[in-house]
Design a binder for this molecule. Structure first.
Ligand SMILES: Cc1ncc(COP(=O)(O)O)c(C=O)c1O
Length: 460
């Protein structure tokens, strides 16, 4: 068998040399991004103009005055005003491997020389197959449908569930859940502000999420509510959507007994179990949070996104949809697919999982640091909450405006975090575990300490 022209191209020594040169140029540039710094005074005016243009172009201002320069070094990212900051929220999740990671750059370069920028459902190269096979094998599920956003992955999950339960019209979800922002998902996401003026597209019944302060009562309460709903609307629920660690809801983990109890009840009524792993994927003690909570036997449909770069809906044969239900022009960009293959391999082989793996060890490290801060600032810091790479703390009473102000003060001081939840509103971090070091965390916690101290003084 002769070589394909493409095989010859990919093996061309000039390509290997070009990759080597690119990586060494990036490595040199990264040596200039090694610590937090403030903006270059000569760029401040131009940066402000850029921010104004962003506001004009999108019709709303950016949440943070963040415009990246296109270069970073691990957890550090350079902005277009010349400032350098620690990225502890990672684009709300995707950049778990940090900025300008050499292997991801290499993956992007490799895909850049292939024939198309985007892969599609009608015509694709072999890489999407490799990615789907990896996700199927790692999840234990039979099939995988790729897409370009977490919302599309969860929306496809809903379509699979409704297609399976043909007479169903309703969905069950947890209070405070977030599932995305399409017309349908805006009615699942439990936040009225996210659906102002939108027509009712789905009937969703909510049950309370796990309350770690009252674990046993909380299991009984939620199961009682679930059984009431199943009795009130017999056969009418297409699925129950589970977010095993609520992300937007405030970084709230559930527990294995809680989920197992509800899932047993759902199974008795043949209601499919849809797990939204868009935020949890890769961040707990296992690749999938349903594996962390040992729920493998219950799962029918799983949506992944963020860290995976390419979003996907995984599902069992039992609920396979009829032809024509799922399709889109794109599967994902060629570079995202190539990078996702690298990421998943590295996650599975790189010591991230298990109780002693990097995710859980990083959480314990950060937890210890928060406990020290809590002692230094009693009443001003509560937490941390979460699992693995999903971490949050409540500043002061968790009053929304104060928390937003603190997030913005942390940003100005060089830490990019985000908020999550209501009552209380917390500061959230999706830690780039793959590349954050102890030395980085020393700096990060020094800054949190200073910002909280300053805020205490202003609130007195
Ligand atoms: C749990 C969960 N589901 C779905 C989504 C939607 O993903 P995307 O923003 O990529 O559409 C998100 C995004 O934050 C999420 O956290």
């Amino acid at each position: 068998m002769g070589k394909l022209a493409a095989e010859e191209l990919f093996e061309d020594p000039r390509i290997a040399k070009a990759k080597e040169l690119l990586l060494s140029a990036i490595d040199e540039a990264q040596k200039k991004v090694t610590a937090i710094k403030g903006p270059d005074p000569e760029r401040v005016k131009e940066y402000e103009e850029l921010l104004e243009q962003f506001k004009e172009a999108r019709g709303a201002p950016l949440y943070y005055p963040y415009i990246g320069s296109g270069l970073g070094n691990g957890a550090l990212v350079e902005l277009a005003d010349g400032s350098v900051k620690y990225d502890l929220i990672c684009g709300i999740g995707p950049h778990y491997f940090g900025h300008s990671h050499p292997r991801l750059v290499e993956a992007a370069v490799h895909s850049a020389i292939s024939n198309t920028i985007m892969q599609g459902n009608l015509q694709q190269n072999v890489e999407p197959l490799h990615l789907m096979q990896k996700l199927n094998k790692a999840s234990g599920l039979d099939h995988c449908f790729l897409s370009t956003s977490g919302a599309m992955a969860t929306e496809n999950g809903l379509k699979i569930a409704f297609n399976y339960k043909k007479s169903a019209t309703r969905l069950i979800a947890f209070e405070r859940c977030f599932m995305g922002r399409t017309l349908a998902l805006s009615h699942v996401t439990d936040k009225p502000a996210f659906r102002v003026g939108l027509p009712q597209t789905l009937d969703v019944d909510y049950i309370p999420f796990f309350d770690s302060k009252r674990p046993n009562e909380s299991i009984e309460e939620a199961d009682r509510e679930l059984k009431k709903l199943l009795a009130r609307y017999p056969g009418k629920h297409a699925a129950m959507a589970f977010e095993l660690v609520q992300g937007e809801g405030g970084i709230r983990p559930g527990s294995r007994p809680f989920f197992a109890q509800l899932m047993n009840t759902l199974k008795e009524h043949d209601v499919p179990i849809l797990i939204d792993e868009v935020q949890t994927f890769g961040r707990t003690s296992e690749l999938f949070a349903f594996q962390h909570f040992e729920l493998q036997n219950y799962v029918d449909i799983v949506a992944v996104g963020k860290i995976s770069l390419v979003c996907a809906t995984l599902f069992s044969k039992r609920v396979s949809p009829s032809a024509g239900l799922l399709s889109q022009t794109f599967t994902a960009s060629s570079s995202a697919i190539e990078a996702a293959i690298y990421l998943i391999d590295d996650l599975l082989k790189g010591g991230y999982f298990g109780d002693q793996g990097k995710n859980m060890a990083t959480f314990r490290n950060i937890e210890k640091r928060f406990k020290e801060l809590e002692k230094r600032h009693p009443g001003a810091i509560c937490g941390p909450y979460g699992i693995g790479a999903m971490i949050a703390f409540t500043p002061f009473e968790g009053e929304p405006q104060t928390t937003v102000e603190i997030a913005k003060e942390l940003f100005d001081a060089g830490l990019i975090t985000f908020i999550a939840g209501q009552n209380p509103t917390r500061i959230r971090m999706l830690i780039p575990v793959a590349i954050i070091s102890d030395k980085d965390l020393d700096t990060v916690f020094g800054i949190i300490d200073q910002v909280i101290q300053r805020k205490k003084e202003t609130l007195l």
